[in-house]
Write a protein that binds this ligand. Structure first.
Ligand code: RB5
Length: 147
């Protein structure tokens, strides 16, 4: 898979580890995050990754900030993004199976590295189930379209 990753200063170390892990798993990774711990603005990174994912520049995105919340809220403002913050593997699996989340988010200050790797793996290995779940996603996008 081609995965677009983004992070703010709170998650630089975690991003480096996850980026290496994704490569180990054989994925191609595009890095739109920061590589230093100098303070930066996570909305810009969430938006950039969101726009790239919706444009089809990658198969999915991974966003990491302190909590995973701010950066995913920003990404979710981009039409077509379904970013989900996950702090456990069951949620990571279900956001793909039921919500077809196109961006996985988590918090570097919330989950440890080994759990973060398991979350990433659970998300990437899961498959969207379609059917009634697609109808509900369509309803979400109707809300987004203002219809
Ligand atoms: C940065 O200090 C922190 O606010 C950010 O990484 C994130 O947790 C916001 O939701």
């Amino acid at each position: 898979m081609r995965i677009i990753i983004g992070n703010d200063h709170a998650a630089t170390d975690m991003k480096m580890e996850i980026l290496a892990y994704l490569k180990e798993l054989g994925h191609e990774v595009v890095n739109f995050g920061v590589d230093t711990t100098q303070s930066c603005d996570y909305p810009k990174i969430g938006e950039k990754v969101g726009r790239a994912v919706v444009a089809g520049e990658g198969d999915c995105g991974i966003l990491i900030c302190g909590t995973g919340v701010g950066i995913s809220i920003a990404a979710n403002k981009v039409k077509g993004v379904r970013a989900a913050v996950c702090s456990d593997t069951a949620t990571a699996r279900l956001v793909k199976q039921h919500n077809n989340a196109n961006i996985l988010a988590f918090g570097a200050r919330i989950v440890g590295l080994e759990l973060a790797k398991d979350i990433v793996k659970a998300y990437l290995n899961a498959e969207f189930e379609g059917g009634r779940h697609q109808l509900r996603i369509d309803m979400i996008h109707d809300i987004e379209a203002g219809s």
